[in-house]
Write a protein that binds this ligand. Structure first.
Ligand code: C2E
Ligand code: MG
Ligand code: MG
Ligand code: MG
Length: 279
């Protein structure tokens, strides 16, 4: 702080920069350790039919509890994992964990629907990643049609031809593809013409004030129309209130997820919400 008053602007930015770099190095070291120790886990949020509340699918969200820092949010460590080249390892561990939980749910008679997994762009840039994913599915006893991949458009300005081809091959095997955070990137519409997509996930920022803002409601309605014209389903994220739920239904969007239905929860609570109580 002193440097801001006494020093130059340059020094201030340099300090910020150094602090950022230090945090990145610290977090990547700690993350590498967490991956070696196998302590990452996942929480799960149901994706539901907005009129009946019935589960359509369930999204796995990675969780990291650090011995000193407590819970470190994926918003903080996923970018670091990408930077440090650890994201593929994170992705593989999350699918292993989620696949194992998913198998237990099915054994216990739950009908969770599809399992949605978040995928960072660098995970798709490695040649052969699609085949590796199919191999991992076979290894953990999941069929491709049980899996949905959520891809964030923000991270991929221009999907390469090989990524498009890989995604198409996965889709031929039954894997579904969703575009996450739709509407927040520069190239949202361009994306839909290029990428093979089964579901569009409308970003939370459009849902937040949909009940009060007619413009937001009009945008959501247009995304639904566009998605349907392109043969895609449309799901809204971040639904927190009853008013948002009914505004979304009014705009023709009938799939969603959010705190209104359930916050992300550990597997134990997924089971409990179906009346199954583990010992
Ligand atoms: P996302 O995939 O768009 O997930 C939605 C985020 O919003 C989650 O945050 C979720 O906990 C939160 N959320 C859900 N419902 C509500 C709601 O009603 N209101 C509000 N305010 N928030 C809600 P989370 O778990 O912190 O994850 C943040 C982001 O980190 C995810 O955004 C995703 O992009 C990334 N991420 C999470 N898990 C993974 C993973 O396993 N792999 C990769 N590559 N990225 C992941
Ligand atoms: Mg997601
Ligand atoms: Mg999202
Ligand atoms: Mg998001």
């Amino acid at each position: 702080r002193e440097s801001r008053r006494s020093g130059s602007r340059y020094e201030f930015f340099r300090d910020e920069f150094t602090q950022r770099a230090r945090e990145q190095v610290y977090l990547s070291t700690e993350l590498r350790r967490a991956l070696d120790a196998g302590v990452l886990t996942a929480h799960y949020q149901p994706q539901v039919d907005l009129s009946s509340g019935q589960w359509l699918g369930i999204e796995a969200l990675v969780r990291w509890h650090h011995p000193e820092q407590g819970w470190i949010s994926p918003g903080r460590f996923i970018p670091v994992a990408e930077w440090a080249g650890l994201i593929r390892c994170v992705g593989e561990q999350v699918l292993d964990i989620a696949g194992e939980h998913y198998r237990v749910w099915l054994e216990q008679g739950l009908e969770p629907g599809w399992l949605a997994i978040n995928l960072a762009a660098p995970q798709m840039e490695v040649p052969g990643w699609g085949d590796q994913l199919l191999e991992q599915l076979a290894r953990i006893g999941m069929t491709p049609d049980e899996l949905e991949l959520e891809i964030t458009e923000r991270l991929m300005v221009k999907p390469s031809e090989t990524i498009v081809n890989d995604l198409n091959e996965l889709r031929e095997q039954g894997v579904r593809v969703a575009v996450d955070d739709f509407g927040t990137g520069y190239s949202s519409l361009h994306y839909l013409t290029k990428l093979p997509v089964d579901r569009v996930k409308i970003d939370r920022s459009f849902v937040a004030d949909i009940a009060e803002c007619q413009r937001k409601a009009a945008v959501v309605e247009s995304i639904v129309t566009l998605g349907n014209r392109l043969g895609m389903e449309v799901l809204a994220e971040g639904i927190e209130t009853e008013a948002q739920r009914s505004a979304l239904l009014g705009a023709g969007c009938w799939q969603g997820q959010g705190f209104l239905f359930s916050a992300p929860m550990p597997s134990r609570d997924v089971l409990a919400s179906w009346g199954v109580h583990e010992q």
